[in-house]
Design a binder for this molecule. Sequence first.
Ligand code: ADP
Ligand code: ASP
Ligand code: MG
Length: 419
Amino acid sequence: MKVFKFGGASIRDAPSFIRIANLLEKFSGQEIVLIVSALGKTTNALEEVTNAYLHNKDNANELLDKIRQKHFDLLKELIPDTHHPAFIDLNNTFVEIDWILEDQPNESYDYIYDQIVSIGEMASTKMLAAYLNYRNVKTQWLDVRDCIRTDNTYREGTVDWKLTEEIISRKIPSLLKNQFVLTQGFLGGTSENFTTTLGREGSDYTAAIFGYSLKAENVTIWKDVPGVLNADPRFFPEARKIDLLSYHEAIEMTYYGATVIHPKTLKPLQNRSIPLHVRCFLDPDEPGTVINETGATHGYPPVLVMKKNQILISIYPKDFSFIAEDNLSHIFNLLSDHRVKVNVMQNSALSFSICADDNERVPPLLEQLRKSYNALTNTGLDLLTIRHYDEESIKRHSAERDVMLEQKSRHTFQLVMKQ
Ligand code: ADP
Ligand code: ASP
Ligand code: MG
C-alpha cells in the first residue's frame, strides 16, 4: 500500500489533471491512497472571501463567484458533457459557502475560516475523482473529515492519532480493491462533525497521517521540483538535487524553513520507518529524492534555507539588570502564550534578541513584552540558515549584505540580514 500526494502546484489547470490521470495509469493495479490539495492558489483566494465576510465588506460574494466560475470552467474543459453528475456535485459543494455568507458572522474567526477554506479541497477532489473515473481510472472519493479526527483548535487541528489510525486502518484497505482511494489533504473533523484544517500547506502532513495509519510501504509527494534540492531554486537557481537524505537531515531542513516538505510530515513517517519520496510530477519516471533511516548522515553539500519577512526583537530589562534565568523564563512564557516561534536567539549581559516570522502574532507579543522590558525591533529581514556550511558558502551569501546577527554551531550557520 502506498500514499501519493498532489499539491496545489500539480493540480491547477486542465493539463495538470490530464498529467495526473496519465501518471496514475502507470500505477494501475497498485493499492494507492491519493491525497489532494485545493487547485493552485485557491486556499489564498478563499482566505480573501473569509476576510471580506468577517470584515463586513460587500465583495465576499463577488470573490466567491470568481473562484466558483474558475472551477466550473475547468470542469467543463475536462468533462464537456455538462449533464454529468460532477457538475451538480461541484455546485452543491460551493453552496455550503453561500449558506455561510447569507448570515451575519457570529462564530470565531478561526472556526469560520476552516468552514470556508476547506471547500477548496472538497471541490478539487470531487473534480479529480470525477475526471479520473471519466478517464476509466477507477477511483473512490472519500471524505477525509470522517477519517482524520482532530480537537477543535480551528486552523491548526491537533490530530487524535489513536482514533485516526483506528478509523483509517479499518476503512481504507477494503476500499482499495481494484481502485484508487482519493481524499482531501489539509482537512480534519471534530467529534461534533465540524471541519478543521491542519495548518497552511498541511497536505503533506495528511499524506504522512495516512502513511502512518496504514503502515504504508512508502509515501510520495509529487512536486514541481526534481526532488529536495540543497536550496529553494526560487532564490538560488544553482540549487542541486540531493538523492538520498536521512530523516534527521530532512527534519532539520524543514525546521529551519525549507518549504518543500511541511515540517510536521517527517516525524510520523520516521516513527514507523516509512520512506518519504519527493518526486517531480513533470518527470514521473525520475526517482527524485528518497528520505529514510539509512539516508546519508554526512557528506552533504552546503544546504541553504531562506526565510523571508523576519523580525528581530531585542529585549532589554528597563532597570539595567542582567538578562538571567528569571526574565528569560518570563520571556519564554510570553512567546509560548502568543505562539511565536523563535527562529534564532542570542543573549548578552543586558539584552536578549530573537528572530521570528513577522506575522499577526507579533504585535500583541510586543505589547506584553513592553510592559516589563524595552523592546526594539527591525523588520523586513531575511534569515539564511546554512547547514553543513563551509567558508566559501558563508562568504558567498553574506558578501555585500548588512548582517544584523550571526550564529555558528557545529553544523549550522545562521545569518539575519537586511533584505
Ligand atoms: P505543493 O504545495 O504543490 O505541494 P510547494 O509549493 O509547497 O508544493 O513545494 C514545492 C516548492 O518548494 C518548490 O517549487 C520550491 O520553490 C520550494 N522549495 C523550498 N525549498 C526547497 C528545497 N530545498 N528543494 C526543493 N524545493 C524547495
Ligand atoms: N490547500 C492548502 C494550502 O494551500 C493545503 C495544502 O495545499 O497543502 O495551504
Ligand atoms: Mg502547497
